[in-house]
Design a protein around this ligand. Structure first.
Ligand code: BES
Ligand code: MN
Ligand code: MN
Length: 464
């Protein structure tokens, strides 16, 4: 029989072709116009799991988009690994900033990806990454090397807050029972510097609206006397941070667990060039919370960002108008032990209190999620670290990530299991941005690493 490596080597081209097909379906979960495409993607994912060797595959309908489940029970006595991923993608807008259409994948070389990268929405986040697991699983099944039970749960609502997944987990605890969860939906520090994500931030997301006069007004006739909602909104938002970029919402930092000096020192050992970071973004300086490095600002510190702001006239040319309304979407990234609901409540109370006489303010909460830290002294983490050491030739560095995958906290509270975040993307892969891409190096590195992780996990788990 072939080895897993031989099987992967022989099927490399087909693995890529299959991923490219998946990337052609626009599974945009946020936009109801794409509901059928999302459903079509769920079917394609289910087919891929069946073809890869799952003995049971089912597409579960939800109030939103479907959840794809598949399993391969090798032997009930063996440990079980749940692979989680998401087949939905972010909207590709603004379309005119893409160099090629977002759902017509093309492979191009870049400075960071000399072997080529797949340019398409979802290539890195997360179709390209969960698909590595499907193909690694196929290789293990076909070569008879799978030493654990595997369950797949690939959902279609991650990018819109996984609102139906919590209930699904609670209702299907038995089916989803496992010893650990593995997710590839994060990044490594660089292609020559492997890392494993050991924490994610939580999220509180709100939409605010400021309403002034009962209609849009002539800005000359009324301007100067009537509160301008766009101006008021800017003033209110500006006051949410002080001169040190510290967030001014009372109680905001109360539950933040300060990271120890030694942990901070370790974290700042990770190779990072602020100069390259700024050059890559086309900025001349960073602007973050005083007293923290960029690596800390984007991982262990909570933040508040305006994601969108609108109101008044934004069409061609100039229209003199004092708008009746202005709005903004604001996200707060949270760190242990902040609680999403509590932070949303603190924000709402404070923001409403900022409203000057002459305007009304409403705060509408959107989705949220809790922060997590995942341990690095467990067999599951060690298995991932060993696997990466083999394929990268270097010990991976544990790093805390800045993004959020809210379901990870739920896996812990509902299923009672820990997660390993072994992602293979790069922060510069432009996820959520125009020209999202995923390196072929990264795709194949993942497919090489995952079977090794499974083998080490089976061995280490049997010992523990
Ligand atoms: N894969 C990302 C999360 C991520 C990216 C974690 C990079 C660490 C490094 C995920 O798909 C995502 O985008 N999550 C959203 C949260 C969700 C509730 C919309 C996010 O972080 O904004
Ligand atoms: Mn993702
Ligand atoms: Mn995402």
């Amino acid at each position: 029989m072939k080895t897993t490596q031989e099987y992967i080597e022989e099927n490399r081209a087909r693995f890529l072709d299959e991923l490219l097909e998946l990337l052609k379906i626009p599974s945009i979960s946020a936009d109801p116009k794409f509901k059928d495409d999302v459903a079509k993607t769920a079917t394609a994912v289910a087919d891929s799991l069946r073809n890869a060797g799952c003995s049971m595959v089912e597409v579960f309908q939800t109030k939103g988009h479907p959840i794809v489940y598949g399993e391969h029970i090798t032997d009930p006595g063996l440990p079980t690994v749940l692979v989680y991923g998401h087949y939905d993608v972010q909207p590709p807008d603004p379309l005119d900033l893409w160099d090629s259409p977002p759902f017509e994948p093309v492979i191009k070389k870049t400075a960071i990806h000399p072997d080529g990268a797949i340019f398409a929405r979802g290539s890195c986040d997360d179709k390209g990454q969960f698909f590595m697991h499907v193909k690694a699983f196929e290789a293990m099944v076909r070569t008879g090397t799978l030493a654990v039970n595997v369950k797949f749960m690939i959902e279609g609502e991650e990018e819109v807050g996984s609102s139906n997944l919590g209930d699904f987990c609670r209702e299907n605890k038995k089916m989803l029972a496992c010893d650990m969860v593995i997710i590839s939906d994060t990044s490594v520090l660089a292609n020559d510097t492997p890392s494993i994500t050991v924490g994610l931030r939580g999220l509180s997301y709100v939409e605010v609206e400021v309403t002034g006069p009962n209609k849009d007004l002539h800005s000359g006739v009324y301007g100067g006397a009537v509160a301008n909602p766009a101006q008021v909104l800017c003033d209110m938002i500006a006051s949410l941070k002080d001169e040190n970029k510290h967030i001014t919402i009372p109680g905001f930092y109360d539950d933040v667990v300060e990271v120890t000096a030694s942990e901070r020192a370790a974290m700042n050992m990770a190779p990072f060039s602020k100069k390259d970071y700024m050059a890559g973004l086309g900025i001349e300086e960073t602007m973050g919370e005083r007293g923290y490095t960029v690596l800390e600002q984007t991982s262990i510190r909570p933040t508040l960002e305006v994601n969108g702001i609108w109101g008044g006239y934004i069409g061609e040319g100039a229209k003199t108008v004092l708008p009746s309304k202005a709005s903004a979407k604001i996200s707060m990234r949270l760190v242990p032990n902040q609680k999403s609901d509590k932070i949303t409540e603190l924000f709402k109370k404070h923001f409403e209190s900022l409203a000057p006489a002459g305007v009304k303010v409403t705060v509408k909460p959107h989705h949220g999620g809790e922060p997590v830290v995942t341990p690095s002294d467990t067999p599951e983490y060690q298995a991932a670290a060993q696997a990466m050491l083999e394929t990268y030739g270097k010990e991976p560095i544990p790093v805390r990530g800045g993004g959020s995958i809210p379901i990870v906290a739920l896996f812990e509270s509902v299923l009672g299991v820990k997660t390993v975040l072994m992602g293979f993307g790069l922060d510069s892969d432009d996820i959520h941005s125009p020209n999202e891409h995923y390196g072929l190096f990264n795709f194949y590195k993942g497919i090489d690493t995952i079977p090794r992780f499974f083998a080490h996990y089976a061995r280490l788990k049997a010992k523990s």
